[in-house]
Write a protein that binds this ligand. Structure first.
Ligand code: FAD
Length: 312
């Protein structure tokens, strides 16, 4: 089977792209392997009209909307390999191969769990990445932030904003390292407590955090924890040899969202540290508009543009 655009990943980005391209009458293949990034989240917040919607319900509504477009094929499969080049990519899923003129990568990122006891179990329940996603629901409690060496360059504004919602904010360290004196003064001035001894264990029960245990034996009562664990690209994206930025995100042209490989575009979490469902959906809409223009021009050149609605 041959498609105009194959979209890899059926999260907010991929679903948004499938809708945009479907409505422009492109022949679209949308696939999803099911391992969504917010799998632990109970509700999606901060997506206008969908605030508080469970992630599975979000995907169900989006897929139901796509049913209006017979030119969009949705499949729950994983793509294992992409070969070929612009105009004729070959995608392999198990024994099956399909062809597409262009590829849009919306495969998200993989969060790597930190080797701190309790971290994996509490991730998504009491440990969050972003107060815009999960903050209001747990406001006016004691919150912690885990400072990691790689976050030193941009942690200060992140922590200061937590003060707007929490009763008490504590900064904990993954390892022992020296904090910039200016940052320490700013945080202390804002009433933030700083603990230098590294975090040993997150103590919790029934998916709730109770305290943070430090290497020096201190036990700090704490209910909510924010952390940015390392992320990596999914293996399919890693296998494509695309240019990445210094943080490991796929580098795209800011206007067209084309990657370093002609014909392969990318949108959503895999391209940015600024991660959120509505941001992912918007970036995919942007990519779709460029893809549509590009593919339509190609179909016109080939005299292959559909002339009536019955053919797709
Ligand atoms: C715990 C948690 C809670 C969050 N809560 C919120 C929130 O409340 N509000 C908010 O705005 N954001 C929230 N986020 C962030 C939000 O989930 C992401 O920004 C958003 O899901 C990114 O969308 P995406 O489409 O780029 O990627 P994803 O949603 O991760 O979707 C990518 C999809 O690609 C699929 N895929 C990967 N590889 C392949 C392959 N080879 N073949 C086929 N399919 C593949 C995966 O199975 C996955 O379903 C949360 C994140 C986490 C970790």
């Amino acid at each position: 089977m041959s498609y105009d655009v194959a979209i890899i990943g059926g999260g907010p980005a991929g679903l948004s792209a499938a809708l945009a391209l479907g409505r422009m009458r492109r022949r679209v293949f949308l696939c999803d392997s099911g391992r969504r990034r917010n799998a632990r989240a109970v509700e999606i917040h901060n997506f206008v009209t969908r605030d508080g919607t469970p992630p599975e319900e979000f995907r169900r509504i989006a897929r139901a909307e796509l049913e209006a477009y017979p030119n969009v094929t949705v499949r729950d499969v994983q793509i294992d390999r992409i070969a070929g080049s612009q105009g004729s990519f070959a995608l392999t899923s198990g024994e099956e191969t399909l062809r597409a003129r262009r590829i849009l990568l919306c495969a998200g990122m993989v969060d790597e769990m930190l080797p701190i006891e309790g971290f994996k179990e509490l991730w998504g329940h009491a440990i969050f990445q972003c107060p815009y996603c999960h903050g209001w629901e747990v406001k006016e409690r004691t919150w912690g932030y885990l400072l990691r060496a790689e976050n030193l360059g941009h942690f200060l504004p992140f922590v200061l904003q937590l003060r707007g919602l929490a009763r008490d904010v504590c900064v904990f360290q993954e390892a022992e390292f020296e904090l910039p004196a200016e940052a320490v003064a700013t945080l202390r001035g804002a009433g933030v407590r700083i603990f230098e001894s590294p975090v040993l264990r997150l103590v919790g029960k029934d998916e709730q955090l109770e305290a943070v245990l430090l290497a020096d034996g201190t036990r700090v009562p704490c209910e909510i924890f924010y952390a940015h664990p390392p992320q990596k690209q999914v293996s399919l994206v890693a296998s494509l040899g695309l240019e990445l930025d210094e943080s490991g995100f796929v580098r795209v042209d800011p206007m067209t969202r084309e990657t370093s490989r002609p014909g392969i575009y990318a949108a959503g979490d895999l391209t940015t540290r600024m991660q959120g469902a509505i941001i992912a959906a918007a970036s995919a809409m942007q990519a779709s508009a460029v893809l549509n223009v590009d593919v339509t021009a190609e179909l016109l050149r080939e005299g292959a543009l559909p002339t009536d609605t019955g053919d797709r």
